[in-house]
Write a protein that binds this ligand. Sequence first.
Ligand code: AMP
Ligand code: TRP
Length: 327
Amino acid sequence: MKERVFSAIQPTGIIHLGNYLGAVKQWVQTQKHTDCIFCIANTHAITIRQNPQTLHATTYNLAAILLACGIDTEQATLFIQSSIDAHTALAWILECHLSMGELSRMTQFKDKSQKHPKNINAGLFNYPALMAADILLYDVDSVPVGDDQRQHVELARDVAIRFNHEYGETFKIPKAVFPTLTARVMSLTDPSKKMSKSDDNPNSMITILDSPETVRAKLKKATTDSLGQIAFNPEQKGVYNLLTIYQSLTGYNTESILGEFEGKGYGTLKERVGEAIIAEIAPIGERYAVLSKNMQYVQKILQEGARKANEIASVRYTLAKERVGLV
Ligand code: AMP
Ligand code: TRP
């Protein structure tokens, strides 16, 4: 039996370099040797108010972007979360086994409540229960995510262990996996914050569909420091972020990167990082341009994905329902 891998991403905007290097690139690499299920987490997205037409469009668009990034549905299953009702149904059962205390400790809940003080809704609070349901429905071995999802996957494990203990073996216990270098790609403009889709400053992030000119312009504006030294020094947050992005994209080791930049300034560093990003994302942009004109094909892939995912999910949901005594 191949290892089963599950992960998801919200359709709340074009994916950025943090999503790509933190999550999606790992997914593309792992699909070759594992049984992968990837989900577009649109149900999670409505915990923040969305424009319905926009959400509808970005959901399909994200599918096209993921395919352009290299998700191969010959090898992996790709589907939309809202097309399988077992996700929200299992989330309810799990919510009844999670305490207010543990949900209120989630840093994402605290961050998002601060960001949207007028809409601190119950869905935002219960968000991790839905995420636990996403994972536990699929008998998952591992969940490749960025560092910001560490706490959520941990909670999914906790609730699964608790449930199994109380009702007997029901869920497989998943583990989170993180990329070695880029589990937390930082904002280009404020490298003390993570790169985030919801950042108001477009220069803070490279999106996967940025043109080469845009990438170069954003890199030029990236925040560095006044030390003028190119070293893998975590204290130099901006430079460190650029170096790890570079290392992750090129695969070069630390010494050869330091050698390459010896005697060079931040201008050269930014240029090289920019060119490495362009080399990675330009082909994605080209594939996206083709796919986005063929949305019927994308929709067919998603339908087939939902059919396959539903076969797995319904078994686990039915068992969980029986276990708690729901007729
Ligand atoms: P989201 O856009 O919040 O749905 O995130 C999708 C995936 O990207 C998750 O696995 C996140 O952990 C990952 N991710 C988001 N932002 C970053 C970042 N700045 N660095 C690394 N990974 C990230
Ligand atoms: N909450 C994740 C994020 O914002 C997205 C997500 C939803 C997810 N369900 C998941 C990730 C299940 C991994 C597994 O990034």
